[in-house]
Design a protein around this ligand. Structure first.
Ligand code: HEC
Length: 273
């Protein structure tokens, strides 16, 4: 039988789910909980305490004496917090942003297109509950104006758009965004990327990780010639992209970088760390 990857991924998913449901039946004490990353109080049908831990989301209905999993997957949870209108939000790596409104009994997925970013904080006010503001692990503020469905870097989008950047943006949306994420935030964590050590993620191309450690020439070369390490990053010259296209793509990537990355690009980055 030919075993394909999707099948294996589903199997891993299933066994994680089974592990989670076994764990579900045993209540943990505060001392036996995995490392806590965030805590929030929520009043649903009854007062509850929620924690985000290294190994999933837990809830206590007795003010913290006993805890049980509140979300099936024991994946790292990076934050949980309640906004002023009584909505509880949490972020789980591989599952994205989740929400419990009012007395809803369980978590509902909101959005899992954060790329390589995870949320470490989230806040909203009662005057405009649609507007959420979050902090990612790179210390950047990101904003959603539609209750978490779409997120953008705060302060982005006020740079002049040259023709080259516009051309690059179009090419990027068509050919690159499916892996490297909207606005270059990188590939979103999946069960496969979290469980397969050999899986090579498509890195962020904005300035949050290391794209800016490369010179323009190195980036152009990577785009045209592809990666030696994985077939997923194609040699785009074989897909019909020209050197001029690759330069436009690099111009678009650099429109997503801040001043520091632009000034420190390439070999100079060592002095800027
Ligand atoms: C099918 C997924 C996929 C698509 C589509 C894709 N890439 Fe990639 N890309 C990758 C992966 C995976 C890597 C990591 C390669 C490695 O580490 O050797 C990568 C690496 C890169 C790098 C190197 C970044 C660094 O910091 O080292 C650049 C630049 C890049 N891609 C640009 C592009 C551009 C531009 C496009 C569209 C023309 C594109 N990629 C389309 C998966 C993809």
């Amino acid at each position: 039988m030919k075993i394909n990857k999707t099948f294996v991924t589903q199997l891993i998913g299933l066994s994680l789910a089974m592990l989670a449901s076994i764990a579900h039946s045993e209540a943990l004490t505060l001392e036996t909980l995995p490392k806590i990353k965030g805590v929030a109080r929520h009043v649903g049908t009854s007062p509850q305490l929620h924690v985000a831990t290294d190994k999933g989301l837990y809830v206590s209905h007795d003010e913290g004496r006993s805890w049980s999993l509140s979300f099936l997957f024991r994946l790292p949870a990076t934050m949980v917090s309640e906004t002023a209108d009584g909505t509880l939000y949490a972020f789980v790596v591989g599952k994205g942003l989740l929400r419990i409104r009012g007395s809803e009994p369980m978590w509902t997925p909101v959005n899992n297109t954060f790329g390589a970013q995870v949320l470490t904080q989230l806040s909203a006010t009662e005057d405009d509950p649609n507007r959420l503001v979050g902090l990612n692990q790179f210390g950047r503020i990101i904003v959603s104006t539609d209750e978490g469905a779409n997120w953008h870097r705060n302060g982005g989008g006020n740079k002049p758009l040259t023709q080259s950047v516009q051309e690059g943006e179009k090419l990027y949306t068509t050919h690159c965004q499916s892996c490297h994420g909207a606005e270059g935030v990188g590939e979103t964590y999946t069960m496969e990327s979290l469980t397969n050590e050999k899986y090579i993620m498509a890195p962020s191309l904005d300035d949050s990780t290391h794209a800016w450690h490369h010179t323009d020439e190195a980036l152009v070369k990577m785009i045209l010639d592809g990666s030696q390490r994985t077939e997923r990053m194609l040699a785009w010259k074989e897909q019909g992209l020209t050197e001029q296209n690759a330069r436009a793509l690099v111009a678009y990537m650099k429109s997503l970088w801040g001043q520091r990355a632009l000034e420190c690009q390439g070999p100079k980055h060592m002095q800027c760390m």
